[in-house]
Design a protein. Structure first.
Length: 132
């Protein structure tokens, strides 16, 4: 994947968000950004249980965290804090994030990778982007 220089890269799972800025031209070079404080919003999408098959507290907390990340990214998009966004998220988390995207964020989204890379080193994340 060719990632625009200056793009924001959000790496997310149900408990953690890591942000990077792409400083590379032809290949991704990721620079770490400060991690914002994310407030989960409870039970995932709407007032329905987060998963009809398994609406336990852990699942609801993970879905709530994903909704909180979406709220943060939506606000960043609406205030023009980035021009391009790549989201790398665990598949379940990515599905929950998509439910909350604002149209302004969707317009800046240059890609999504359904992979859990939050615990990986920066070079492994850059390699995953380059190979996508």
């Amino acid at each position: 994947m060719i990632l625009p220089k200056g793009a924001l890269v959000a790496v997310v799972d149900g408990e953690k968000l890591v942000l990077f800025k792409n400083t590379g031209d032809l290949t991704p070079e990721l620079t770490s950004l400060p991690i914002p404080d994310i407030n989960g919003v409870g039970g995932g999408s709407g007032s329905h249980p987060s998963s009809a098959a398994n609406p336990d507290d852990s699942t609801q907390a993970e879905d709530g965290y994903a909704a909180g990340v979406a709220t943060f990214l939506n606000q960043q998009a609406l205030t023009h804090q980035f021009e391009h966004l790549l989201v790398i998220a665990a598949p379940k988390t990515l599905g929950e994030l998509r439910k909350h995207w604002h149209k302004a964020l969707q317009a800046k989204l240059v890609g999504e990778l359904a992979k859990d890379l939050t615990g990986q080193p920066t070079d492994a994340i850059a390699t995953a982007i380059a190979n996508a």
